[in-house]
Design a binder for this molecule. Structure first.
Ligand code: NAD
Length: 379
């Protein structure tokens, strides 16, 4: 097993392999194509047609080596970074194998489908010193990090509450496009797939850990095993409440994700509406008047992250890869680190457990809970 493999000097470019050549892999490939410090060495898919399609989707990758077995690819290529973009139920086994063979990870969300497995992956990253960046895209949107820093430093006073809604409509055609979608074993429903990274962002912005979850889930429109609508309330350790709505039972043409945090002296909303990012940040001045801070944050973001940080609004995976590269080279933790992967899985499975048992549950969960513990919930 790899132990603390990160040394002071790392030679670049860093080699990368992508395991899983489906929908999200294209965003990964586009990001890799734009970063000089990364070199794609191979892709892996059990379906050779998917690999071919992916490599044809971005110019310059047609000759890339293709494997159908991730273990052989990791053993032969020995990449610096393994990007895991397979169905969620396979994340655990591939992430474990990759880290045990000395690879840093870009692991898509959710980290795993069980609390015990997420804990194991988090602990493995701690033990080996390998970097693990989660595909928690919202943490990489421009301005988000600056707003979080200001909330954490008390600029807006006490955090009272926060809300998110993720209305990420998908029709039955999306769910029937791959057998794993919408199943308890390999995907979960609208909360586990479409909302987990938004919950991660909300909790991160609010600056406190969840200590209790109350939730209900429902099946309204989609013909799947898991929920297409979920609502939850979290109580955080600092006493603030967080309200969550996640659904795929909305119009597929109108994908929206909205985050709001309310504080004693300010309130901030940001989100994506059909791919377009927006922010609205307000604070109260000492004279009681309200001041809009959008321009202030945009100027500050330009100064600290340059135009690159705004390009990440269109493809946040660009920000994830750049930050992972910097984390490996400078030996620092990624913005969406392994702990964020573990903690968001724990919260999400706590939400499912609360829905299943019809009562609030304490977080972090004291016992393991798997997504498959929800099997039969809607029968
Ligand atoms: N961060 C984000 O914004 C984001 C967006 C979409 C999806 N995701 C996550 O990415 C993952 C993949 O989602 P998707 O929509 O791209 O799925 P997909 O079904 O489109 O693609 C998955 C690919 O993995 C391949 N595959 C399956 N088993 C494999 C194995 N054992 N070895 C190698 N390849 C294998 C499939 O053939 C398929 O090509 C999921 O975990 C999902 O939650 C994240």
């Amino acid at each position: 097993m790899a132990e603390n493999v990160q040394s002071a000097s790392v030679s670049t470019p860093l080699s990368v392999i992508i395991i899983g050549c489906g929908r999200v892999a294209e965003k990964h490939l586009k990001a890799i194509s734009k970063l000089k410090g990364l070199e794609l060495k191979a892709v892996v898919d059990t379906n050779p047609e998917s690999a071919k399609r992916l490599l044809g989707s971005v110019k310059g990758f047609a000759g890339t080596k293709v494997y159908n077995d991730y273990k052989v690819a990791i053993d032969e290529v020995k990449p610096s970074i393994v990007s895991v973009t397979v169905p969620s139920g396979l994340h655990y086994q591939i992430a474990k194998y990759a880290m045990e063979h000395g690879c840093n990870l870009l692991l898509e969300k959710p980290m795993t489908m069980s609390v015990a497995e997420a804990k194991e992956i988090f602990e493995l990253s701690q033990k080996t010193g390998l970097k693990l960046a989660m595909g928690h895209i919202y943490r990489y949107l421009p301005v988000v990090g600056l707003v979080r820093q200001d909330i954490a430093e008390g600029k807006y006073g006490k955090v009272t509450h926060g809300t998110i809604y993720v209305r990420w409509g998908h029709g039955d055609d999306y769910y029937s496009s791959a057998a794993w979608r919408g199943t308890w074993k390999s995907d979960g429903g609208a909360l586990m797939n479409q909302t987990i990274h938004a919950i991660d962002l909300l909790v991160w912005l609010m600056g406190s850990e969840p200590e209790e979850a109350s939730a209900m889930i429902s099946q309204r429109l989609r013909n799947i095993e898991a929920e297409d609508l979920g609502m939850a309330i979290l109580r955080l350790e600092n006493g603030a409440l967080a309200q969550i709505e996640g659904t795929t039972a909305t119009l597929p043409s109108k994908h929206t994700a909205e985050f709001s945090v309310f504080c004693e002296n300010g309130q901030l909303s940001m989100g994506l509406d059909s791919g377009k990012p927006h922010i609205a940040v307000y604070t109260t001045k000492p004279n009681g008047k309200t001041k809009k801070l959008n321009g202030y944050y945009i100027r500050r973001q330009l100064k600290t992250g340059g135009l690159f940080s705004f390009k990440c609004a269109l493809n946040p995976h660009l920000g994830i890869y750049k930050n992972l590269f910097d984390s490996i080279v400078e030996n620092k933790e990624p913005i969406a680190d392994a702990y964020s992967g573990f903690s968001s899985v724990d919260t999400l499975l706590g939400i499912y457990k609360s829905a299943k048992e019809g009562r609030p549950v304490k977080l972090p969960l004291s016992e393991n809970f798997n997504s498959t513990d929800m099997t039969g919930y809607f029968n």
